[in-house]
Design a protein around this ligand. Structure first.
Ligand code: NAD
Ligand code: DAU
Length: 339
């Protein structure tokens, strides 16, 4: 089987490439990635040594390029991770989110129709459901929860999901969608909460917690997400959406304090800063469907996963220090200097 993995130089896509090479050594993986600020070829250094793996630089929204790639490679499965993924950046500048997340998805699916595939899988997010109140712990997102987005990022991901379902209904394109909660683990770009807090704590810099730090996220170790995508893309029912999450709800403050404790750093580093506009209060996934239909269950508990993650950042300083010493400095200054 030949699989095109888009966005494989990013956080989850990179972890997925390694998951596939390990668990399906018979398959060929072609990673298509534009190498935006979030894409990093160093993440794929080991994969590059594997003859079953190939990297191609390109934009999923570039129709001519995508068609040529499909024509020459004739993939069986396409798994679309490629996206602009950071909510704060989408608030600053929404346009690229529409180009990549919506138009890019359309181009990929048009290529799938033109050249024929057995499965197009869309990697989506629980953010398409909007948020839940903090005082209703009994409520969860299931696959029938209405789409109700908050940020330009989540609106772009929801638009893409609707388009994917339209291509199924109208053209019978064999699609599946997974909507997952917040991931954490190796190769997570340092603009996101967990790696940002690890990097700042190690440098004894203030840890910028938005608002009061009481927003809740449902954390899933990235390898568990990869296992879910692999299952759904190969065995999930065509035309269906599957929610992915591990009942691991934590407030942001709890997460930040756990990181500080593990690194032996003082809580006095925590600094409350101006809240994110439109900040979603709580995400919480009901993963009953993927469990009942496909037997998926998360394998990594938060306490173990966060220990492994902190250790990975300690052991792989080169990977993230080279990121935060470059263009990222300007981003950090712009987003946090006067917050
Ligand atoms: P990321 O930002 O770390 O990586 C995105 C990758 O896509 C990068 O390698 C980037 O270079 C590439 N890319 C961006 N635009 C492209 C384009 N036009 N053409 C080709 N490649 C392009 O993102 P991530 O956190 O790994 O997220 C991957 C996917 O999973 C996204 O679709 C995101 O919406 C979804 N998701 C993320 C999370 C999470 O917690 N991070 C949770 C649920 C769903
Ligand atoms: O739920 C899935 C989503 O999770 C994915 O679709 C997104 O691609 C991914 O980025 C993530 O979105 P969040 O906005 O939840 O992740 P982020 O790491 O940006 O923020 C997590 C929480 O931490 C959120 O409540 C905002 C808060 N936060 C974040 C940053 C970067 C802070 O308090 N301080 C910060 O500096």
């Amino acid at each position: 089987m030949k699989i095109i993995v888009t966005g494989g130089a990013g956080f989850i896509g990179g972890n997925f490439v390694y998951y596939e090479l390990k668990n399906h050594p018979e398959d060929e993986i072609i990673c298509l990635d534009k190498l935006t600020y979030a894409g990093n070829l160093e993440t794929l250094e080991e994969a590059m040594k594997n003859p079953k793996f190939k990297f191609v630089k390109g934009d999923i929204a570039d129709r001519k390029f995508v068609y040529e790639l499909f024509e020459s490679e004739k993939p069986d499965i396409v798994i679309n991770f490629a996206a602009e993924s950071h909510v704060d950046r989408s608030i600053e500048d929404p346009e690229i989110f529409l180009k990549t997340n919506v138009m890019g998805t359309q181009v990929l699916m048009d290529a799938c129709r033109k050249y024929g595939i057995t499965r197009y899988h869309q990697v989506s997010t629980d953010e398409v459901y909007g948020d839940l109140p903090l005082d209703r712990p009994d409520l969860f997102f299931n696959e029938d929860t209405p789409i109700h987005t908050s940020s330009p990022y989540s609106a772009s991901k929801a638009s893409a999901d609707l388009l994917v379902l339209a291509y199924y209904r109208t053209y019978k394109l064999p699609v599946t969608i997974t909507r997952c909660s917040n991931n954490y683990g190796p190769y997570h770009f340092p603009e996101k909460l967990i790696p940002l807090m690890i990097a700042n704590a190690l440098a004894d810099k203030p840890l910028p917690v938005y608002g009061k730090g009481e927003n809740v996220r449902d954390w899933l170790y990235v390898e568990d997400h990869c296992a879910a995508i692999d299952l759904v893309a190969r065995k999930g029912k065509v035309g269906e959406v599957y929610n992915v999450g591990g009942h691991n709800e934590k407030t942001n403050l709890e997460v930040v304090k756990t990181i500080l404790k593990q690194l032996g750093k003082p809580e006095s580093l925590i600094t409350f800063v101006t809240d994110r506009p439109g900040h979603d209060r709580r995400y919480a996934i009901d993963p009953t469907k993927i469990h009942n239909e496909l037997g998926w269950l998360p394998q990594t508990k938060f306490d173990d996963g966060i220990k492994k993650t902190v250790q990975w950042y300690l052991d792989n300083r080169n990977w993230w220090e080279s990121i935060i010493s470059g263009e990222y400095k300007n981003y950090y200054e712009k987003m946090y200097a006067n917050r």
